[in-house]
Design a protein around this ligand. Structure first.
Ligand code: PGA
Ligand code: ZN
Length: 418
């Protein structure tokens, strides 16, 4: 049981220099929790609403002062001096207070910020590391996730120099986080070297710190990733595999996929994905098709689902009803879990449980606009995600999460896979 003394919030900046929120929750017993929330760029249409001020005079309309004020006034007034048994009671109370379908009234950013701050305050009250508290909430045994680490970027994260958004590397076998980061650093260095030569350019990096040269095609991007793995001395597909976030909703126009200079219908797009899967060591395809192309997703899952993660991000939006639909339709086999797509820990946990019940794999994911907060690492560990997706190893808002995983691995004696 936790009684809330007060909630507070302020506007801070994220890794793109855009406003976001930091919330503080103080419990009557004195424990304090603080957390900040991330923000996406290639957002799904079904995401909960991130409340922005819309005042063009400040931050080009992206200010978060209304959300700050909703926490300091309405939410604080409603919850202070109130007792909550558990995370679910707190979240449900705030969600009911908002009362809207997609958190549009108080803002999903405000609601998630207080959800996380309350969680941290409860962990502090119970003198538990955040991951251990989250594990108790979820009922899972904590384990370290394998990181899917961004190497090359395109799409909405890199000015769309190429259609697909993310080529990532992932270890084939569950090894330590420190080994995964060491190998990634080797591959990244190799990629930097030959990108410089090949493109005769200063390095361009994207929102998540990935390299973003002007690749001639998706295949050139995938080929370069394989080359970087080899140059670093590892065996593609054996030591290190690829995962791809196609983010296809971003280039789906009037029912067709506009990619690599071609305009593909659903069937040809699925064939293209299948050809990549055959030619490169890809173990996971995220958002291979548009978020509303349910028929396509069914076909893709049928064709490639037996040996590839068909991973839903925009398709599912961490939304239990969309996940239930995807399970029913056999449209995917893996969930990308982004807590801010749904806007509270409790609903994100419901999403996770549904996915788990269907035997899906879970990838806990950051957003392209992040803060230096590291709660995501604890969430991935405490909720036992198989994978974590945070971006590259070159920017501190990403490294905050990787470094927290390193800390948990070494100081809490956790290991990948349990
Ligand atoms: P976003 O990108 O945070 O810009 O949505 C991440 C992703 O698509 O996985
Ligand atoms: Zn995605």
């Amino acid at each position: 049981m936790s009684e809330i003394r007060s909630l507070s919030a302020l506007e801070i900046l994220d890794s793109r220099g855009r406003p976001t929120l930091l919330a503080t929750c103080q419990l009557a017993g004195g424990a304090v929790g603080r957390a900040s929330v991330p923000s996406g760029a290639s957002t799904g249409a079904a995401e909960a609403l991130e409340l922005r001020d819309g005042d063009r005079q400040r931050h080009d309309g992206l200010g978060c002062l209304k959300a700050v004020s909703n926490i300091k006034r309405e939410i604080n007034d409603a919850v202070s001096n109130r007792k909550f048994d558990a995370q679910a009671d707190f979240d449900q109370y705030v969600i009911a207070l908002d009362g809207s379908e997609n958190k549009a009234r108080l803002g999903a950013n405000a609601i998630l910020a207080v959800s996380l701050a309350f969680c941290r305050a409860q962990a502090a009250q119970r003198r538990l590391p955040l991951y251990a508290h989250l594990a108790q909430i979820s009922g899972a045994s904590p384990r370290l996730p394998l990181p899917m680490i961004n190497l090359f970027s395109g799409g909405a994260h890199a000015g769309s120099q190429i259609a697909i958004q993310d080529v990532q590397i992932v270890l084939r076998a569950a090894q330590s986080i420190s080994r995964a980061l060491e190998i990634t650093a080797d591959v990244f260095r190799a990629a930097v070297k030959f990108m410089r030569d090949r493109y005769n350019m200063r390095l361009l990096t994207a929102d998540e710190g990935g390299l973003a040269p002007p690749f001639a095609s998706s295949e050139a991007m995938l080929e370069a990733a394989v080359e970087a793995i080899e140059l670093a001395g590892y065996r593609p597909g054996i030591d290190v595999a690829l995962t791809v976030d196609v983010a296809a909703s971003q280039f789906y126009v009037d029912g067709r996929y506009q990619i690599d200079g071609a305009s593909l219908d659903r069937e040809r797009m699925i064939s293209k994905l299948e050809s990549w899967r055959g030619a490169y060591p890809i173990i996971s395809l995220e958002d291979g098709l548009d978020e509303a192309d349910w028929r396509g997703w069914k076909g893709l899952h049928k064709r490639l689902g037996a040996n590839t993660m068909i991973l839903g991000d925009d398709l599912l939006c961490t939304n239990p009803s969309r996940i239930a639909r995807a399970i029913d339709a056999s449209a995917a086999n893996s969930l990308l879990l982004k807590v801010n797509q749904i806007g509270s820990l409790t609903e994100a946990l419901a999403a996770l449980r549904l996915a788990r019940g269907a035997g899906w794999k879970v990838v806990v994911s950051a957003r392209s606009g992040e803060t230096e907060d590291d709660w995501l690492a604890d969430l991935a560990v405490g909720w036992a995600g198989e994978y974590i997706k945070v971006g590259s190893i070159t920017q501190s808002e990403r490294l905050a999460k990787y470094n927290r995983l390193l800390y948990l691995e070494q100081m809490e004696d956790l290991s990948p896979g349990g």
